[in-house]
Design a protein around this ligand. Structure first.
Ligand code: SF4
Length: 356
């Protein structure tokens, strides 16, 4: 392993991480990992200071997907026990998004399962985006609806979307192992379409799906080349009832090395610790904040995450601040809201008793 501090210094001076260096980070020993995290932290602080961007997921439509992505609990024939529902109403989408915004989220990700949207679906989501942006103009909205057809990215942009998420997930030569109903090239094309329409590209990975270190490096370099401005790194949650059930390839220090490699390859891009962070980083999540500058608050699409309050405490305790909420005590605000809800439920402070 090359000396990590010297490597980070060269990167901060404009040099790009090469394949050999990327592999040496992934293949480093556990004992070398904290030194790598410290070096990656220098780059993180150079570009993002001590801020953490908080994102919030709203699941517009869940399950019932005809595609066969092996990692996904929403795939065709999945026996995973998840909520399955078709489109929620626009008012409900806005209501849910505002819960995340109150918790400090500066970006709301509106997600729907499926291969890709129909034009009618795009119109429906456009209405939601329009409603959300009208009431919360400072909040960024990212749509995640699958593979886009011509003209759809422009419609979402015109409705007020700021970004589009479509993950590459893994490398081109590993893609056939995780999905047979669509290809890597279609994913790349969607990210390009979104960028060409003027949307920020959010595109990332799922790690721990049987990919080799070389394939993981390929995937990360593809994301950098494609111009992904935010890179969510998901850690495989091997849901029961999916083909990848029982796949456990990750441990906390390995996850830190992966995140550090992504940071060194993409020093000035938003790197997010995404789904599966609680399961795989476990007690090392606060350390990962020294490498990434972004996370999802609270729950994920089909699985429960750490509670929003625990996320906010973790950010504060590790010495970071939520982007856009500088100077606010989000933990105290969250506790106060929870207390008010609890009092309302018990009928305290209402003018009439709940059963009157
Ligand atoms: S297309 Fe999306 S929702 Fe459908 S199986 Fe693949 S990842 Fe899951």
């Amino acid at each position: 392993m090359c000396e990590p501090t010297a490597l980070a210094r060269r990167i901060s001076e404009g040099q790009s991480l090469n394949r050999e260096e990327a592999l040496s980070i992934l293949n480093a020993s556990d004992a070398e990992t904290l030194g790598i995290v410290a070096a990656a932290s220098d780059l993180r602080r150079q570009h993002f200071g001590n801020s953490v961007k908080v994102n919030y997921l709203v699941n517009l439509k869940s399950g019932l997907c005809p595609e066969d992505c092996t990692y996904c609990s929403q795939r065709l024939g999945s026996a995973a026990e998840i909520l399955k529902y078709t489109w929620i109403k626009p008012e409900e989408a806005v209501r849910q998004a505002e819960l995340g915004i109150a918790g400090g989220a500066s970006r709301v990700c509106m997600v729907a399962s499926g291969k890709g949207p129909t034009d009618r679906d795009v119109d429906r989501v456009s209405t939601m985006i329009h409603g959300l942006k009208g009431a919360n103009p400072d909040v960024e909205v990212c749509a995640c609806l699958g593979i886009l057809r011509e003209g759809q990215a422009e419609k979402l942009r015109d409705a007020g979307a700021d970004a589009y998420n479509h993950n590459l997930n893994t490398s081109e030569d590993h893609y056939g192992e995780i999905c047979t109903t669509h290809g890597f090239g279609e994913r790349v094309e969607t990210v390009r379409r979104a960028r060409e329409a003027g949307l920020q590209a959010c595109s990332g990975l799922i790690v721990g799906m049987g990919e080799s270190p070389e394939q993981l490096v390929d995937a990360v370099f593809s994301l950098v080349d494609l111009g992904a401005e935010s890179i969510p790194v998901n850690f495989l949650m091997p849901f029961e009832g999916t083909p990848l059930e029982g796949t456990w390839e990750l441990d906390p220090l390995k996850c830190l090395r992966i995140l550090a490699m992504v940071r060194m390859a993409a020093p000035d891009r938003e790197v997010r610790m995404a789904g599966g962070r609680e399961m795989h980083l476990r007690s090392l999540q606060p350390l990962a904040l020294n490498v990434v500058n972004s996370l999802f608050l609270g729950d994920y699409l089909t699985s429960e995450g750490q509670s929003a309050l625990d996320d906010l405490r973790m950010i504060r305790d590790a010495g970071f601040e939520v982007l856009g909420a500088e100077g606010r005590d989000l933990v105290a605000e969250h506790e106060e809201r929870t207390e008010q809800v609890s009092l309302r439920r018990r009928g305290v402070g209402t003018e009439t008793a709940p059963n009157a």
